[in-house]
Design a protein around this ligand. Structure first.
Ligand SMILES: NC(=O)c1ccc[n+]([C@@H]2O[C@H](COP(=O)([O-])OP(=O)(O)OC[C@H]3O[C@@H](n4cnc5c(N)ncnc54)[C@H](OP(=O)(O)O)[C@@H]3O)[C@@H](O)[C@H]2O)c1
Length: 311
């Protein structure tokens, strides 16, 4: 039976998946028969926590080629779920190579799942080596994480961090762009549907260039999200008023300080236009989201409170 290695189990996305796999009764999805779920950890506390969630801790350096190969081969790990720094590709290459080696030895399919980032390299290398790759594209993920570690997301957190420093919620684009959103539970459930489909063996979910998945019920306009979050932040006295205005250079500098990045990178973290529309999740996995896109707006105040508790 297929053994699975989950990385980033103490993080927002990976931790939510581990929790949902463990609590499949809580609206979760039961996986078909599978082997052991291993979770990569880097402290004793994390090792204990993942065991509490029914996973076996794995402690090795994810940048050490020999250690990766030993682990994958010794434990016959045929599915890797990647959540560590998706923007850099170096470590993923080593895991894909190790999976390919296992496939050569066993003759059985091997799979690599990761959030979008360095997707072209992943797809090309995985195809060349016979590893099935799946790229899960990024949304504005929101809602309280379900895992034992980080429980807050990225983009909504960026809006709060930038606003705290700039003392106002600023718009960065002047043309009201849209971006897909996804509640953490729906995001998690797409990963688990994908895993379940891979494990079922009778079905063959799209992979490689056909293996893009967008866990999202649809898009919202960033400006609407800014306005709702600004109202919540103003109520708490974090910003000077709930009006949102277009950021000038000085505002971008302040937002960059809050985000610990140069002003040119502010837009990447909390603005921009994404026109992707979801298709494969529903059509090839039977995944159905529970939350509407507008839910993020309706719950913006709770999201702000959650974030303020954690930063
Ligand atoms: N959240 C989103 O909405 C979103 C959307 C699209 C893409 N992404 C990307 O997806 C990835 C996961 O997102 P996330 O929100 O779950 O991030 P997160 O909460 O920051 O979690 C990152 C995880 O990676 C682990 N990690 C980092 N460096 C490691 C290393 N050298 N060895 C072992 N583990 C290491 C962390 O472990 P420790 O707890 O020990 O630090 C943590 O478990 C990130 O690359 C993020 O940029 C996120």
């Amino acid at each position: 039976m297929a053994n699975i290695l989950l990385t980033g189990a103490s993080g927002y996305l990976g931790g939510s998946i581990l929790a949902q796999l463990h609590n499949s009764g809580d609206g979760g999805i039961e996986l078909p028969a599978h082997g052991t779920i291993y979770a990569l950890v880097r402290s004793d506390a994390q090792a204990q926590a993942v065991q509490d969630y029914g996973a076996k801790p794995a402690a090795f350096d994810p940048g050490d080629e020999a250690a990766i190969e030993d682990f994958i081969m010794d434990h016959k790990v045929s599915i890797v779920i990647w959540f560590i720094d998706v923007v850099n590709v170096d470590r993923q290459i080593l895991f894909i190579r190790a999976l390919a080696k296992l496939r050569q030895q066993t003759g059985k399919d091997v799979h690599f799942l990761q959030a979008v980032g360095t997707n072209n390299t992943i797809i090309a290398l995985a195809e060349e080596l016979g590893v099935k790759s799946y790229i899960i594209a990024p949304c504005i993920v929101y809602g309280k994480g379900l895992g034992f570690g980080n429980q807050i997301s990225a983009q909504t957190v960026a809006i709060v961090r930038a606003a705290k420093e700039a003392k106002r919620v600023y718009r960065v684009d002047d043309n009201s762009p849209t971006w897909p959103v996804c509640h953490i539970r729906d995001n998690t459930s797409l990963y688990i549907h994908l895993l379940a489909t891979i494990l079922s063996e009778s079905r063959n979910p799209g992979h490689g260039k056909q293996g893009y998945y967008l866990p999202s019920p649809g898009s919202i306009v960033w400006d609407d999200l800014y306005s709702r979050m600004a109202a919540a932040l103003a109520k708490k006295g974090i910003v000077d008023g709930e009006q949102t205005t277009l950021a000038d250079d000085e505002a971008l500098e302040a937002m960059g300080r809050g985000l610990k990045c140069p002003k040119a990178f502010v837009r990447v973290q909390l603005a921009g236009k994404c026109t992707l529309t979801p298709k494969n999740g529903k059509e090839s996995l039977g995944w159905v989201p529970n939350f509407t896109p507008e839910h993020i707006l309706e719950t913006a105040e709770a999201e702000v409170e959650l974030i303020l508790k954690h930063i």
